[in-house]
Design a protein around this ligand. Structure first.
Ligand code: PAF
Length: 284
């Protein structure tokens, strides 16, 4: 079936009226779709098979979650290519609003989740998660999905969205989908497109380092400093933004990885900020 592209809330309401009483899987994205997004769509289809409901995609580069104008300006976009990929992935409706549609003039309501944004990406990107929560709230209100799907590569984002969903008694379910990787281990990200060839090769230090952390954990290491010992050298020539060991539930730094623990990092290669993580000791 051909994908339906809707650009306004009014059009979306019209589409929804035609599908009333059906289930819905929502995959929120900022576009420039890659295999990781397609995996979210496949997971959406598994949760909501065609006979029971529809698969929806949103494509919206959300200005409220960028605290650096240059990062927003250089964020890769390819709407035409995205729609082709979405259609072949079986998406029924793509919501592709302009900024004014989601943030009408004088929009002044924001959603913030306390506590979980103190460390990791939240520590150095003030307002980032407030922007994410605000746009995800708007999308959840508009779609009221049976399931909303988010990647585990953005573990902090997923944890914050889960908390918001629970705290605000949202309907439906938040589903976390495991990180997709290239055959050489690099986590899929829209940002990878901005890496030079040597930069991409150097960025393989990230999955190698996370593998080392896993090996240390498997060998019995629980001390946080020892788990990430030598990070600077291992991730060189990348410029480390953070390498942190936090408990996987509250995302607070820990000294010992005795309960489910997340080792998460953000490292710049070619001035492109890449994030990745590994979960030790199972899900929280
Ligand atoms: O993960 C993303 O792509 C974005 O943060 C999201 C969840 C679509 C909100 O803009």
């Amino acid at each position: 079936m051909a994908i339906r592209v809707v650009r306004s809330v009014a059009e979306l309401r019209g589409w929804q009226a035609q599908h009333a009483g059906r289930e819905l899987a929502l995959v929120p994205t900022m576009g420039f779709l890659h295999e990781g997004h397609l995996e979210l769509m496949r997971a959406g289809r598994t949760h909501v098979p065609r006979e029971r409901g529809e698969l929806a995609l949103s494509i919206f580069v959300n200005p409220a979650q960028f605290n650096d104008q240059a990062d927003l300006d250089s964020y890769p976009r390819d709407e035409a290519g995205d729609l082709v990929k979405a259609e072949s992935a079986g998406v029924d409706v793509a919501f592709v609003p302009e900024v004014d549609e989601l943030y009408p003039p004088n929009a002044s309501t924001y959603v913030e989740v306390g506590g979980l944004d103190q460390h990791l990406c939240g520590a150095t990107r003030p307002g980032h998660f407030r922007g994410v929560c605000t746009v995800v709230s708007k999308l959840w209100q508009l779609f009221s999905p049976t399931v909303g799907l988010f990647g585990q590569k953005d573990f902090q984002q997923l944890a914050i969205i889960r908390r918001m969903h629970r705290d605000l008694f949202w309907p439906g379910q938040v589903i976390g989908v495991p990180t997709m990787r290239e055959p050489d281990g690099l986590a899929l990200s829209s940002r990878n497109a901005r890496l030079t060839r040597p930069g991409r090769a150097a960025a393989l230090a990230i999955p190698r380092f996370l593998q080392l952390v896993n090996q240390r954990y498997a060998a019995g290491t629980r001390n946080a400093s020892l788990l990430i010992e030598g990070a600077e050298q291992a991730l060189s020539p990348g410029r480390i933004h953070y390498v942190s060991v936090v408990d996987a539930d509250q995302l607070q730094p820990v000294e010992q990885a005795d309960t489910p623990t997340l080792v998460a990092l953000a490292v710049f290669f070619d001035d492109v900020r890449l994030i990745d993580n590994t979960l030790l000791g199972g899900p929280p």
